[in-house]
Design a protein around this ligand. Structure first.
Ligand code: ZN
Length: 170
């Protein structure tokens, strides 16, 4: 197991579109395990492979308090969206920034498990938001893309300033 480096906005690699996983083999299992370890180490509730510079359609999620209910989604796909819901979101790739995003309230989606099972299911609430957020990553999309241009500009300025400060550290 290994902790992977999480890419931070505005890294252009976060815009890569991930390819479907063709065969669930030992490599894919290893990637999923490393992604879980990375997500737990960073105290996140979800992580997409794009965020660790692996352009494959793999997502890990764990919404449990004890962090012992990992959900691994291979080739996840949303087939139906219903209603709207707004929730405050954050992202391991956009540290220290939270904002409200409007998404579908409930979704139907399917995915493959590490043991090659095809699961068709539906969900709402936090899990629905999380699945939508992570699948966006696989398509090169970030939650801040939904913000108004003014808010995005402010965020960009804040990040530029942070980068300048970091460069001055000797
Ligand atoms: Zn994210």
């Amino acid at each position: 197991m290994a902790i992977l480096e999480v890419l931070h906005f505005p890294d252009p690699r976060l815009r890569n579109k991930a390819d479907p996983v063709e065969k669930i083999d030992a490599d894919i299992k290893q990637i999923a395990e490393n992604m879980l370890e990375t997500m737990y180490a960073e105290s996140g509730i979800g992580l997409a492979a794009t965020q660790v510079n692996i352009p494959k359609r793999i997502v890990v999620i764990d919404l449990s308090e004890e962090k012992n209910e990992p959900l691994i989604l291979i080739n996840p796909e949303i087939t139906k969206r219903e209603g709207t819901e707004t929730m405050r979101e954050g992202c391991l790739s956009v540290p220290d920034y939270y904002d409200t995003v409007e998404r579908a309230e409930s979704i139907e989606f399917n995915y493959e498990t590490l043991s090659n099972e095809l699961i068709k299911t539906n969900t709402d609430g936090l899990l629905a938001v999380c699945v939508q957020h992570e699948i966006d990553h696989l398509d090169g999309k970030l939650f801040i893309d939904y913000l108004s241009p003014l808010k995005r500009q402010r965020l960009k300025k804040k990040i530029d300033k942070q980068e300048k400060l970091q460069q001055n550290v000797l």
